[in-house]
Design a protein around this ligand. Sequence first.
Ligand code: ACO
Length: 161
Amino acid sequence: ITFCLVENNGTPENSERLVALKNIFAKQLPKMPKEYIVRLVFDRRHRAVALCRGKLVIGGICYRPYPSQRFAEIAFCAIMATEQVKGYGTRLMNHLKEQAKREGLRYFLTYADNYAIGYFRKQGFSKTLGMPRAQWMGYIKDYDGAHLMECYVHPTINYLD
Ligand code: ACO
């Protein structure tokens, strides 16, 4: 199992990984319009941490960092159906937290599905936002009735310990 940072930088290897991730997100998030998933996954402002077994991508998290605001929005997070509930989702999030530290980010925000709220809670996310509103207002959409969740990323905690 390896974890790698994937950007749409035109290399064939990354393009293949992004296609694989797009397919996993589309399958695991059937309520999301496919075009929307494609647009964000290949958008150059988005990045992903992919979980791979050999050359096979088995899951990943796609996120958009806002460096000036020191936070990232998690757009999509999914693990292939046959590989769920084996701890990979947790390991993936821990790797993303380490990547966030390297990028100087302090918070994650995400709109969690009903089902995924439990998963995000276990990863340290909460519906109570500690980040000042001014830090994210205008950067991400504020949907009514959606479950916006936040996670603080501590700069000196080692999430892989
Ligand atoms: N049923 C019950 N409990 C579950 C399930 C499930 N289907 N999935 C995860 N959990 C629990 C685990 O029991 C575990 O709890 P524990 O630490 O107390 O043992 C915890 O959640 C983490 O489990 P992992 O095995 O690390 O999680 P997994 O590898 O299954 O990944 C994920 C979780 C990403 C939510 C995966 O189930 C998935 O891809 N689901 C479908 C897509 C989805 O809903 N994505 C999130 C949408 S919101 C968004 O993308 C912004």
